[in-house]
Ligand binder design. Structure first.
Ligand SMILES: Nc1ncnc2c1ncn2[C@@H]1O[C@H](COP(=O)(O)OP(=O)(O)O)[C@@H](O)[C@H]1O
Ligand SMILES: [Mg+2]
Length: 240
């Protein structure tokens, strides 16, 4: 069953947040989900230890470079969706996880520095495509953007990705207090109360739109050859 890998060599871009939001939303829709917490800091396991984790969402931790592929394969047998949350570094673990992905999501904040890191992730995907002689679907996910305004720099970066044929989610995960609160309190967005966080409804709409777009992308499969990852990555500065 589909494996969705969150990868970016940069820490703090929203990988773990987006991975949990996706897992919770897929579980809410009734699917069995495994999140493989492949980050030694175990952010997803910390969330799962708090109350309110959906019963059909399992978190697997203590994953190593030697076991990550087996973990992904075993989870794919058991549950309808497998989500892998990775550490923000380039490692063999990241390469192995990408090699098994049906979709790699690259969370990116709207700065030029982040865009260059995203390009590095794309380069790694391309290497895994060559190593395993298969295409791997991927897309940039803009995170922590403002729901109200689109700064010039973000617009510029979006245009740059587009020009290089790098796919990106239409949905951005906006900067939302609720997305942080979910990690503080545990459980799902739905279970947060409006007295705990502001703008909960907007956060729910945002998370659902993101999960729906992930499902659409999984259905669509890898891009066509019109947008090779290599060209995009090289021109975006991954070689620098
Ligand atoms: N969309 C968002 N809205 C608000 N805070 C966010 C959002 N995404 C991430 N954060 C916060 O940013 C920090 C880093 O996010 P995290 O998901 O841990 O990134 P990564 O897994 O890439 O290191 C955390 O404190 C998290 O709560
Ligand atoms: Mg993380």
């Amino acid at each position: 069953m589909p494996t969705i890998v969150f990868a970016s060599p940069k820490g703090g871009v929203g990988k773990s947040t987006s991975a949990v939001l996706l897992g919770v939303e897929l579980a809410r829709k009734g699917a069995a989900v495994t999140i493989i917490d492949a980050d030694p800091n175990k952010p997803v396991s910390d969330w799962a230890r708090r109350p309110g984790r959906p019963p059909n969402l399992t978190v697997r931790a203590d994953v190593t470079e030697d076991t990550v592929i087996d973990e992904i394969e075993a989870a794919a047998q058991r549950t309808a969706f497998v989500i892998v949350d990775l550490e923000g570094t380039a490692s063999m673990m990241v390469a192995y996880a990408i090699s098994r992905a049906d979709l790699v999501i690259i969370p990116t904040q709207g700065s030029q520095l982040d865009a260059a890191q995203a390009a590095k992730a794309i380069k790694l995907i391309r290497q895994q495509e060559k190593a395993f002689a298969r295409q791997i679907a991927y897309a940039i996910l803009f995170t922590r953007t403002s729901a109200a305004i689109r700064p010039r720099t973000l617009g510029f970066i979006q245009d740059e990705f587009r020009r290089h044929g790098v796919p990106a989610f239409d949905t951005h995960l906006h900067e939302r207090d609720a997305f942080r609160a979910m990690f503080s309190f545990g459980g799902t967005l739905e279970a947060l109360s409006t007295s705990q966080v502001s703008n909960l409804d907007a956060a729910l709409v945002n998370a659902r739109a993101f999960a729906a777009e992930v499902v659409t992308m999984l259905r669509r499969g890898p891009r066509d050859e019109a947008a090779p990852a290599e060209a995009g990555a090289a021109e975006m500065g991954a070689d620098r």
